[in-house]
Write a protein that binds this ligand. Structure first.
Ligand code: HEC
Ligand code: HEC
Length: 360
């Protein structure tokens, strides 16, 4: 009895140290918050603390196509930093050229989303990151094979050790590292931020200033696009795609609530110049067309959000709203893809620096 008790205590403590190892490895990291991004609402799950080492590992994995079934598709294929962390095509193309049904949203500031995906089916970035790896039309892999692929790349091991305390590769560790990297992908310090935060009267041109006033007033955009990311984070049916024979019902597919048929998450409105085409199906090509869509009150359908109505905007007013939306470009610089760990065997006692700098 007594030995059994001690045995279990030892087991419990062993489990505890193992978990603590996961939690304490590495050096605490805080991202640089650009002007306008609300640092106070930035949060990190308690079981995935942010460390410098985990950001580094996550950056590599984000760009690594070896997470996919045939080694051709990485997160960056569809969320390319050079393209505003999107793919700039209406619907994404995954493994073997397979087309999806939805437009790739930007990863910029996605850490602030209450819900991930257009239909909100994931709540955290950690949860989200596991989806595309095993999505048959995205990376087409299984979690087991993705873990095996990465485990076989010996040059990754020191990165896992630095981030987690040991070399084990698991799908949770992969997802946690990618999510941690994504939390550093932030956009702010746009002309609008300088106008609002610093009261810099030279930041917005006259047209954009009128556009801002319309955005908050006559054009009713702030009914849904509010806060520093210009989104309420909630789901609305504005009618996009609803005239199709078999429309994507969005949020309804998750909740099965009748009133959520055709509702999609209100997207962040930053960096729009880099993230066209727009809407969940990529059906709207330009900001001018976005304004025509809203001016007529969206697309009528039985579930149209009550906040939608015809706006009677003049051409100049529509132009002013476009000028305002053009003022939302962040001042971040797209980082180049990192050099990925290569397929070679290494001595277990080498440091990350020795491996990275080793001739291949
Ligand atoms: C084949 C293209 C493709 C690949 C590869 C891909 N994504 Fe996506 N991503 C999309 C599309 C399309 C959506 C929207 C899907 C939906 O809402 O149903 C999306 C949604 C997201 C979102 C949600 C953003 C939001 O505002 O809701 C995040 C975050 C994200 N992807 C990150 C990643 C990460 C991390 C990886 C790699 C593990 C990845 N994606 C791989 C196309 C892709
Ligand atoms: C009733 C809520 C609501 C109102 C009001 C609203 N929007 Fe939206 N907006 C959304 C939703 C939801 C989407 C995504 C719809 C979809 O894809 O099905 C969206 C999408 C967009 C997009 C596309 C962004 C992208 O990345 O794809 C732009 C741009 C936009 N809205 C601007 C505006 C402007 C400008 C106004 C005011 C004229 C406005 N919105 C009013 C909810 C709203």
């Amino acid at each position: 009895m007594k030995t059994a008790g001690i045995f279990f205590i030892v087991l419990f403590l062993a489990g505890l140290t193992f978990n603590l190892g996961d939690l304490v490895a590495g050096e605490k990291f805080e991202p640089v918050f650009p002007l306008g991004v609300d640092k106070d609402v930035f949060s990190i799950p308690s079981d995935n603390p942010m460390t410098k080492e985990k950001v580094e590992l996550g950056r590599l994995l984000y760009f690594d196509p070896r997470l996919s079934a045939d080694g051709t598709v990485s997160c960056a294929t569809c969320h390319d930093p050079a393209k505003g962390f999107t793919d700039q095509i209406p619907v994404s193309k995954g493994i073997k050229g397979r087309l999806g049904a939805r437009n790739a949203p930007t990863v910029l500031n996605s850490t602030f989303n209450y819900f991930q995906f257009w239909d909100g089916r994931a709540l955290s970035l950690e949860d989200q990151a596991k989806g595309p790896i095993e999505n048959p039309i995205e990376m087409g892999n299984t979690h087991e094979d993705a873990v095996e692929n990465i485990s076989k790349i010996a040059a990754y091991k020191p990165y896992f050790k630095a981030a987690y305390g040991d070399w084990e590769v698991t799908i949770d560790r992969i997802a946690n590292a990618i999510a941690t990297f994504e939390r550093t992908v932030l956009s702010g310090n746009s002309a609008w931020d300088r106008h609002v935060q610093n009261n810099d009267q030279t930041a917005l041109n006259e047209s954009a200033k009128r556009g801002l006033e319309l955005f908050e007033g006559k054009a009713r955009c702030t009914q849904c696009h509010v806060g520093f990311n210009l989104t309420d984070g909630l789901f609305h049916n504005i009618g996009v795609g609803m005239s199709k024979g078999n429309p994507d019902l969005g949020r309804y597919e998750i909740t099965k609530k009748e009133e959520e048929k055709g509702a999609f998450k209100t997207p962040i409105l930053r960096d729009l110049l880099k993230t066209a085409p727009y809407m969940h199906d990529g059906s709207v090509g330009t900001l001018e067309e976005v304004m025509d869509f809203y001016n007529k009150g969206g697309e009528s359908n039985p579930w149209l959000d009550q906040k939608m109505q015809a706006l009677n905007l003049t051409d100049q007013e529509k132009g002013d709203l476009v000028a305002f939306m053009e003022s939302l470009e962040g001042d971040w610089k797209p980082e180049p893809a990192p050099k990925l760990p290569e397929w070679y065997t290494i001595e277990s006692d080498k440091s990350v620096e020795e491996i990275v700098n080793a001739p291949s």
